[in-house]
Structure formats: structure tokens, C-alpha cells
Design a binder for this molecule. Structure first.
Ligand SMILES: [Zn+2]
Length: 224
């Protein structure tokens, strides 16, 4: 599935789980992240590794020479950023980033980074999440699609979830990520999402995930 398909499916599956406009950027970031393992995305991954390395170096230097400037939360966020890019850097295409383990750990890691950045501004932090997984061209297109779809959805079905803290950032990424795995399972190649099990998930499993998603949507909008 190409980026347009992943962004579209991500927005469809993610919108029922967000309550705040900036979260749509997280949904799209989650939907695009797994394909950073593709060779054509290596510029994004290399850029991310350089930035993460730069932050880490600065934090280590501040710890050594200016301890008052050192911040443990940002240090953890910098390490997680390096890991977020190291995984697709080393993974084969449709390898580790296309697994449920990566979906859970990746959503929590990216969610934590964005939570820490949100102290400055939640909207800017969520746009940074999208910048982290896109190049200039893709960013311009996805931002406008994401904003337009959130506005339309807001008037059709008002949001009901009101997540706080880490879940406010991690849940939209998680749903976007799930949509990517579902999207790849319906392609002929399928997706080995159950790693370390070798089973390849295909359309029937995608359908099962779709049913779980629908049940979750009904639960959220009926009972919360
Ligand atoms: Zn993929």
C-alpha cells in the first residue's frame, strides 16, 4: 500500500479515537512510521539519526559541564528518538517495524517524546511527530489532508474521548500504526505482524482486526 492509502486508512480508523485537532497529526505519523524501513525513506531516517545524535551529544555535554541545564526527561526522549530511527535503519522492508511489538513499543516511545515536547506547545509537538516521519513534499500534502478531514469529522460526529497524559499522544499513534498493519495485510505480500511467530497475516486477519476496531469505536462512542 502506498502513502496515500496509508494516510487515508489511518485517518478513517483514527478519527473516532481523537478529541483534539492536533491529534490527527499523530494518527498520520503512526500510519506512516512503519514504512521508514523502505530504502526510499532513508533520507528521513538518516536525518532523524543525526538530530537524535546531536541532542544526545548536547545533553551529555551539559551533564558534564553545565549540570543545571541537564534534563533527564529530554535525555530519555533523545534516546527513544535514536531508537525510533535505529529500528527502521536496520530492519528489512516489512520487517520489524511491521509487527505488533513495534506497534506497542513505538507508539509508547513516540507518544512519550511528543508528551515531553508538548510542554512547549501541544500543536507544535504533534506537528513535529509528523515532521519526524515525512519529507517536505509529503509533509505539505499530509498536513492539509489531516486538517481538512478532522474539520469534516468534527461536524459529522463530535469527539467523545478525553485522554490525558501519555495516552493523549500514544493512543492516536497506536491507532494510526494499527491501520498501517491492517493496510499491508490486505496486499498480496501480507504482513508478518506476529513476530517472533513467522505466520504471515493476510485479508482474513485484517478483517478480524477491522472487527476489533469497529467494536472499539462502538464502545468509545456508546459507553464512554
Ligand atoms: Zn508498510
Amino acid at each position: 500500500m502506498n502513502w496515500k492509502g496509508h494516510v487515508t486508512l489511518g485517518i478513517i480508523m483514527g478519527l473516532p479515537f481523537i478529541s483534539s485537532p492536533e491529534q490527527i497529526f499523530l494518527v498520520v505519523a503512526g500510519a506512516l512510521y512503519p514504512d521508514l524501513d523502505h530504502d526510499v525513506k532513508s533520507e528521513i531516517v538518516n536525518r532523524g539519526l543525526y538530530i537524535a545524535g546531536g541532542f544526545l551529544a548536547l545533553l551529555v555535554l551539559s551533564y558534564l559541564f553545565k549540570p543545571a541545564f541537564f534534563n533527564l526527561d529530554y535525555f530519555i526522549a533523545a534516546i527513544l528518538t535514536a531508537l525510533i530511527y535505529a529500528v527502521p535503519y536496520y530492519a528489512d522492508h516489512r520487517g520489524l517495524t511491521h509487527t505488533f511489538i513495534a506497534m506497542i513499543l513505538g507508539s509508547l516511545a513516540l507518544g512519550y517524546i511528543i508528551l515531553k515536547l508538548s510542554i512547549l506547545s501541544p500543536i507544535i509537538a504533534c506537528i513535529i511527530a509528523l515532521i519526524m516521519v515525512t519529507n517536505d513534499k509529503l509533509l505539505a500534502k499530509t498536513i492539509s489532508i489531516a486538517v481538512a478531514s478532522w474539520i469534516v469529522f468534527y461536524f459529522l460526529i463530535p469527539p467523545v474521548l478525553n485522554l490525558q497524559g501519555l495516552s493523549h499522544f500514544a493512543v492516536p499513534i497506536f491507532v494510526g500504526y494499527l491501520s498501517h498493519i491492517v493496510g499491508d495485510c490486505v496486499t498480496p505480500m501480507g504482513c508478518k505482524a506476529l513476530y517472533p511467530l513467522k505466520r504471515t497475516l493476510r485479508r482474513p486477519e485484517a478483517l478480524i482486526m477491522g472487527v476489533f476496531w469497529l467494536l472499539a469505536v462502538i464502545y468509545v462512542h456508546r459507553f464512554l
